[in-house]
Design a protein around this ligand. Structure first.
Ligand code: PYC
Length: 319
């Protein structure tokens, strides 16, 4: 079932997906990457999908009491988490009669999130704990010069840039995309990564910072800021990007620019809106739990045909 969340599309696979192995949703996501990458491409890449589409595969929940497990994926791989996708999943499950107004836990590869379908049809997602890893990181970019930003986690890894001198307008999408891609290349060249540390063992895992987020003044009077977000596959987020907003809230909290529970309205590059808030985690200073609210609308209900004789049964692969 297809939907869009504040402009950003989600395709929820409600049946016919592969049977994944693994005790946890993270293990199932690894199995999807290893054994069923052709399925991912078939669902979201052309000719059945398109570059901006995010897929959501419903799997067995991991925790007792959770409504479902969910693995998000896009044109290049799996995502750790996706807030716009979670809002799309909730509206889809409501259309299928699987959820009513109320709160439901969804298990994702990076932990449980709590989604609340409200009376007004809007969905609020209490996301995974979010934090800023490093502030004022300077990346030297060929042809541009030094760019300063923050590395932050909001369910995905982000490089957040406030000072870029660009106009965030849909007329400049190609320029913005190229600029953000250059930043991502610069981060890779400088080996700047997102780092997760296992609280038990202290073991560190290093992750590619695959989202770049530019912020500027809002165009709407009911918003605090406008953003442009480059997604891993090179497309831009049509929504204000809920994991990106979570990362931003962690930075605002640490800078003392937004208080516990206060709303922050984020406008997307196309003029759609999410509202975010955070609550502090007393036991983990610097870490916040963001809640992001937005709306999604069903756009279609389709049956995908995967004909083995079709030369593009598993999508068009661009090199
Ligand atoms: O809303 O978290 C989000 C998201 C991630 C990538 C596209 N949207």
């Amino acid at each position: 079932m297809d939907s869009h969340t504040e402009g950003e599309p989600t395709r929820v696979v409600v049946s016919g997906g592969p049977r994944l192995e693994g005790a946890t949703v993270a293990e199932k996501a690894a199995d999807l990457r290893t054994r069923f990458d052709d399925f991912r491409r078939a669902v979201v890449c052309e000719p059945r999908g398109h570059e901006a589409l995010v897929g959501a595969l419903l799997v067995e929940p991991e925790r007792e009491g959770s409504e479902t497990g969910v693995i998000f994926f896009n044109n290049v791989g799996t995502l750790h988490m996706c807030v716009h996708g979670t809002i799309g999943v909730m509206v889809t499950l409501a259309r299928l009669g699987r959820v009513q107004r109320g709160s439901y836990t969804l298990d994702t590869p990076v932990g449980p999130v709590l989604a609340h379908l409200g009376e007004n049809g809007l969905v609020s997602v209490e996301n995974v704990p979010s934090f800023r890893q490093q502030r004022d990181v300077v990346v030297d970019i060929e042809g541009i010069g030094p760019v300063t930003g923050d590395v932050a986690w909001g369910g995905n890894w982000f490089f957040i840039v406030d000072d870029h001198g660009m106009e965030l307008a849909t007329t400049d999408l190609e320029v913005l995309r190229e600029y953000a891609l250059q930043i991502r290349r610069g981060l890779e060249a400088a080996a700047i990564h997102g780092v997760h540390e296992d609280p038990g063992t202290g073991e560190r895992t290093y992750h590619v910072i695959d989202h770049v987020e530019l912020f500027d003044e809002p165009g709407r009077s009911d918003c605090d800021s406008r953003n442009f977000v480059l997604c891993p596959g090179g497309e831009y987020d049509r929504s204000p990007c809920g994991t990106g907003l979570s990362a931003k809230l962690a930075c605002l909290a640490e800078d003392g620019m937004l208080g516990n529970g206060q709303p922050w309205a984020q406008e997307s590059i196309i003029g759609s809106r999410f509202v975010g808030r955070y609550r502090e985690l007393e036991e983990r200073p610097g870490v916040v739990v963001p809640t992001i609210t937005g709306g999604a609308w069903i756009t279609g209900n389709c049956e995908l045909h995967l004909d083995p004789a079709d030369p593009f049964v598993h999508g068009i692969v661009r090199s």
